[in-house]
Ligand binder design. Structure first.
Ligand SMILES: Cc1cc2nc3c(=O)[nH]c(=O)nc-3n(C[C@H](O)[C@H](O)[C@H](O)COP(=O)(O)OP(=O)(O)OC[C@H]3O[C@@H](n4cnc5c(N)ncnc54)[C@H](O)[C@@H]3O)c2cc1C
Length: 387
């Protein structure tokens, strides 16, 4: 365990990455591959489940491929996705998916951590990190593990700690704005579900006050992930009861085990952070902003930001340049933010019943337009060079 050998830790680390989701693990791996001494800190025990639909789109797969990890999803047993079935108040639409795979987050994230460790990253699970101030060419980081606290430092710190993290130091200039009325996320795994929910298909039930995505994972369990309006969740009492209500409203078959399943929840989903970096500190993945998951692109955004930030962080390790925070804002907008705005517009349309109705008509009558949307969502990202 790295913690016990702390006396031998480099002083300082080149980089400390906080959070071992897709953004943090891929960024850590890229940095280690670039020659940096990297510590990856994760507060939870690994492997761990998290609220997520577990669907990787073409873009996520393309980022992994470009990073030399194209084999990873297949090796881990990822299920090829061929079809998307949507239902909204009795209306339905069916789309062929050009590409995509379903894989549990326990498995995907564990594989990414393993890839990072193979590249030389030191991994410290079950440890909570808090960023502190900077000075002497480093950022300090406080680590808390089983009641013990230690302080270390790095030339650069990457915060990839997901939605609603609390890693930033008091007085940080980085500010997050949660969009008012934003839905809450909730998810669970169901071992026994009706055979209607077949393998290779994403089922999406859309209700007036939320939506639920369902997909079979590599072990045959059904991943259920929902975005729920806070008032609706309050009225229904539990995420299981809320998801049950949305399935019934949409016309998908009921799932008995939903109420007794072990649900996890999230903070309000849609949020923007500005700026995204300050002295020797960069935010990436959901920690840099997120849009509710209707188009299911969060893993792609996380991976893309993890890969995009690495050359900049390597520059920062070699020599800090006060212009880097501004460069990260610009690059992040190109690689992630623009796409989030499109996804946000699609999700906003859902909250207007007449627009949702129109969307369903379009899906059923204009296959060419649907093809364009699918191509856009799955298009690979090209990462510009950092000069
Ligand atoms: C309901 C729902 C369904 C979704 N479905 C999909 C989908 O089908 N496809 C898709 O592509 N995306 C989906 N997403 C989005 C996707 O889950 C996220 O965008 C993605 O996980 C972001 O990755 P990340 O690495 O930024 O953060 P995360 O995966 O959240 O990882 C952050 C990590 O940081 C750790 N951490 C937090 N604080 C600290 C700390 N102080 N110290 C140390 N570690 C810390 C956490 O424990 C966590 O492991 C969905 C999201 C929701 C809510």
């Amino acid at each position: 365990m790295v913690w016990n050998g702390m006396d031998w830790w480099p002083k300082p680390w080149d980089a400390i990455v906080i959070g071992a989701g897709p953004a943090g693990s891929l960024a850590a791996r890229e940095l280690a591959a670039g020659g940096a001494r990297v510590l990856l800190v994760e507060k939870r025990r690994f492997p761990r489940e998290k609220v997520c639909g577990g669907c990787l789109n073409g873009r996520a797969l393309a980022v992994l491929d470009a990073a030399g990890l194209g084999f990873l999803v297949t090796r881990a047993g990822g299920v090829a996705l061929e079809e998307l079935r949507l239902r909204c108040r009795g209306r339905q639409a069916r789309l062929d998916l050009p590409i995509g795979a379903a894989l549990s987050r326990a498995r995907l994230d564990a594989e990414l951590v393993a890839a990072a460790r193979e590249a030389g990253v030191r991994f410290l699970p079950q440890t909570q990190a808090l960023v502190r101030g900077s000075g002497n060419g480093t950022r300090r980081v406080r680590l808390q593990r089983r009641g013990e606290t230690r302080e270390t430092a790095a030339r650069v710190v990457l915060v990839a700690a997901g939605l609603g993290h609390r890693c930033l130091p008091p007085g940080s200039s980085l500010r997050t704005r949660v969009v008012p009325g934003s839905p809450l996320g909730a998810g669970c795994l169901v071992c026994r579900a009706p055979s209607f929910y077949g393998i290779g298909t994403i089922f999406m039930a859309i209700g007036r006050e939320g939506y639920v995505g369902l997909v079979r994972l590599e072990d045959g369990s059904l991943d259920v992930a929902a975005a729920l309006e806070p008032d609706f969740l309050r009225r229904r009492g539990t995420p299981g009861a809320a998801a049950e209500g949305i399935l019934a409203e949409s016309g998908f078959p009921p799932i008995d085990a939903l109420r007794s399943a072990r649900w996890q929840g999230t903070a309000p989903l849609t949020r923007w952070t500005r700026p995204l970096a300050e002295d020797r500190l960069f935010l990436l993945g959901d920690a840099a902003g997120y849009v509710e998951p209707f188009t299911g692109e969060g893993i792609a955004w996380a991976l893309a930001s993890g890969r995009a930030v690495a050359p900049m962080a390597l520059k920062a390790i070699a020599r800090w340049d006060p212009g880097l925070p501004r460069h990260w804002d610009v690059l992040h907008r190109r690689v992630v933010r623009r796409r989030q705005i499109v996804s946000w517009a699609a999700a906003a349309a859902l909250h207007r019943p007449w627009l949702a109705r129109l969307g369903f008509e379009a899906l059923n009558r204009m296959p060419a337009a649907v093809g364009c949307v699918l191509r856009y969502v799955n298009a690979p990202v090209s990462l510009p060079e950092v000069s």
